[in-house]
Design a protein around this ligand. Structure first.
Ligand SMILES: C[S@@+](CC[C@H](N)C(=O)[O-])C[C@H]1O[C@@H](n2cnc3c(N)ncnc32)[C@H](O)[C@@H]1O
Length: 504
C-alpha cells in the first residue's frame, strides 16, 4: 500500500541499566504504544486501516504479523473497532537490541532483574481503562449489570438449531497455526507448564470484566520466542521474568484464572514486554456456527479491502462455507448487496444461522438497527450460477484447497469451471475477483486458460494454518464472455497437472 507511511521508530529503546522513567504524569490522554497481531501478509492493509480510522502512522514489525501505533489512552474504544487486528496489547517497553547473555544463568538473571527496571505505569493505566471499556460494552450489550451473567451465558448458546457452537478441534488448529505464522521456534510458554488456554478476568467474582485493582491481582506471563541463538527456552524466560513480576507487584501467579496477561515477545535480538488488551482474538467476531474451514474475519476483511467496494456493488461469495467473507462484508460495507452460496446444504444452513446471529447482535447493541441485512444465502453450484451474465460487480471467495474440502484431483476440474462461470457473471471492464487458494499450481493454470478474460493485478501471500496460500486480485477484462473463442473455455477440457504453470 503506497499510502502507508512507515515511521522510523516510535518506540523507546532503553538498555537494562536505564532507570525506569518517572511515572508521575500519566493521564488518560497520555500517548501509549499499542501493538496488534494481524493476519500475516495483510500487515500493510492493517496499517492502512489504522491510518484511515485513527489518523495515526503505523510501524510494521520486521517480525511478520504485527503492527504498532501510538494513541492517546482515551482512543482505546476506536482501537477495539479495528477490523484487521486479531489481538491487541499495550507496550510496556521495547528493546531493539537486547544483549541476551550467552551463558544461560546470566541470561536468566537479566530476566529476574528486568521487572523492577521497567516503567509499567502507563501500560497498567491503559489496561485498567481497557477493562472499564469492556465492562461498559458488556453492560450496553446486556442492558444492565444485574442481567449480565445470565445473558452473557445465554448469548453464548447457539442462536439457531444448536449446531456447532464452538470451533471443532481441527479448526482451532488451523487458527492457532495461522496466528503463529512466521518462524517462531517456540511459542506461548507460560510461567509454569500449562497448555490450557484460559481467559483473563475469569476469576473475578460475578465475572466482572474489570478486576478490582485494590485486590491482589492474578497474572501470568506468556512468552513467544523466535530465534535459535538463545541460551534459554521460552518457558525458562517466562518463569524467571514471571517470578520477578510477582515480587515487584506482589501479584499472585495464576496460569488459568488471571487478571493480567504479561507478554514477553522475543525475536532474535529484539524483546518486547507488553500487557494483553484482548481476551480472545477479535477474528471470531461474526461467527457463531463454525465449519471445518471457517476463515478468520480479520483475513476476510483484508480480502474485502482489496476489492475497493463501492456502494450498491453486488458482491458474491460463490463458495461461502460458513459465510465469514460476506458476513464481514455486510458488517463493514452495508451499502453493498451480498449473496453467499455453497453447494453443501450444511454450509448454507450455517451461513443462515450466522446471519441470524449477526442480526440479533446488531439489534441488541442498537435497538434502532435495521430489521434485515443486505445479504442472501442460497445453495448453488459454482459451475452453474443462477445469475444473469455481467450482473455481479465483485466475486470474493476462499476456494477449496483440496485438503480438508475436496481434493487436489477434483480441483483440476473445479478451478477452470469456477473461473469460466465467474467470467460469465462478472461485469466486463469493471468487475473484480479476489480469490484465496493454496492450490496455486492448479489456480495459475486455470487462470492462464481464462487469461483473456481476467487480468492478474496483485497477489498477497498469506499463512493459513501453516499453509502458504495466495490471495489473487483479478480484474475482469472488457472482453465480452460470449465473444470468447469456445475452445479456450471449453468446459469439458480438463486441465493437465503435468503441463508447466507459470507464476511470478
Ligand atoms: C474453503 S471452503 C470456504 C470456507 C469459508 N470461507 C468459511 O469461512 O467457512 C470452500 C467451500 O467451497 C464449497 N464448494 C466446493 N465445491 C463447490 C461447488 N462446486 N459449488 C459451490 N460451492 C462449492 C465447499 O462446500 C466449501 O464450503
Amino acid at each position: 500500500m503506497s499510502d502507508v507511511e512507515l515511521v522510523a521508530d516510535i518506540l523507546t529503546e532503553v538498555t537494562l541499566d536505564d532507570p525506569a522513567p518517572s511515572d508521575a504524569a500519566v493521564s488518560e490522554t497520555s500517548p501509549v504504544t499499542v501493538g496488534a497481531t494481524v493476519p500475516t501478509g495483510f500487515e500493510f492493509t492493517a496499517a492502512a486501516e489504522v491510518e484511515e480510522k485513527l489518523g495515526r502512522p503505523c510501524k510494521i514489525s520486521k517480525d511478520r504479523g504485527k503492527i504498532y501505533f501510538e494513541i492517546g489512552m482515551d482512543s482505546l474504544a476506536q482501537v477495539h473497532r479495528l477490523r484487521s487486528v486479531d489481538n491487541l496489547f499495550v507496550v510496556v517497553q521495547e528493546f531493539t537490541d537486547f544483549p541476551f547473555k550467552e551463558a544461560k544463568e546470566a541470561a536468566l538473571q537479566d530476566f529476574q532483574e528486568l521487572a523492577a527496571k521497567l516503567s509499567w505505569e502507563k501500560a497498567l493505566k491503559t489496561w485498567e481503562l481497557n477493562n472499564n471499556l469492556k465492562k461498559k460494552k458488556k453492560r450496553k450489550k446486556t442492558g444492565g449489570c444485574c442481567k449480565e451473567k445470565k445473558q452473557a451465558a445465554a448469548s453464548e448458546l447457539p442462536a439457531g438449531d444448536g449446531a456447532e457452537e464452538a470451533p471443532p478441534a481441527g479448526q482451532e488448529e488451523r487458527e492457532t497455526e495461522d496466528s503463529q505464522a512466521g518462524d517462531s521456534s517456540e511459542v506461548s510458554a507460560q510461567c509454569a507448564n500449562d497448555s490450557q488456554e484460559n481467559k483473563p478476568g475469569d476469576n473475578t467474582e460475578g465475572n466482572d470484566a474489570s478486576p478490582d485493582v485494590s485486590k491482589v491481582l492474578k497474572f501470568r506471563v506468556t512468552c513467544n520466542r523466535a530465534g535459535d541463538k538463545h541460551s534459554f527456552t521460552s518457558n525458562e524466560a517466562a518463569r524467571d521474568f514471571g517470578g520477578a513480576v510477582q515480587e515487584h507487584f506482589q501479584w499472585k501467579a495464576d496460569m488459568t484464572n488471571f487478571d493480567v496477561e504479561v507478554l514477553l515477545n522475543i525475536s532474535f535480538n529484539e524483546m518486547l514486554v507488553g500487557i494483553a488488551l484482548t481476551e480472545e482474538s477479535l477474528h471470531r467476531r461474526n461467527i457463531t456456527h463454525f465449519g471445518p474451514t471457517t476463515l478468520r474475519s480479520t483475513l476476510a476483511y483484508g480480502m474485502l479491502r482489496l476489492c475497493d467496494l463501492e456502494p450498491s456493488d453486488v458482491v458474491i461469495d460463490p463458495m461461502c462455507g460458513t459465510g465469514a467473507i460476506p458476513l464481514e462484508g455486510v458488517s463493514e460495507w452495508p451499502g453493498c448487496f451480498f449473496i453467499a452460496g455453497d453447494n453443501n446444504p450444511n454450509a448454507v444452513n450455517r451461513t443462515a444461522s450466522n446471519i441470524g446471529s449477526l442480526l440479533r447482535k446488531q439489534q441488541s447493541m442498537d435497538s434502532s438497527a435495521p430489521q434485515g441485512l443486505p445479504i442472501e444465502t442460497t445453495q448453488w453450484d459454482i459451475s452453474r450460477l443462477p445469475l444473469r451474465s455481467g450482473s455481479v460487480d465483485v466475486i470474493i471467495t476462499d476456494m477449496p484447497f483440496g485438503k480438508r474440502i475436496g481434493s487436489k484431483k477434483k480441483n483440476w476440474d473445479l478451478y477452470p469451471a469456477c473461473l469460466r462461470e465467474m467470467s460469465r457473471v462478472c461485469r466486463a471492464g469493471t468487475g473484480r475477483a479476489v480469490l484465496l487458494t493454496h492450490d496455486r499450481k492448479c489456480f495459475i493454470k486455470a487462470l492462464a486458460k481464462a487469461g483473456h478474460l481476467w487480468r492478474k493485478m496483485h497477489t498477497v501471500w498469506v499463512n493459513i494454518g501453516g499453509l502458504h496460500a495466495g490471495v489473487y486480485l483479478l480484474k475482469r477484462t472488457t472482453l465480452d464472455f460470449s465473444d470468447c473463442s469456445s475452445e479456450r473455455l471449453e468446459e469439458n477440457q480438463p486441465l493437465s497437472p503435468n503441463s508447466p504453470a507459470k507464476e511470478e
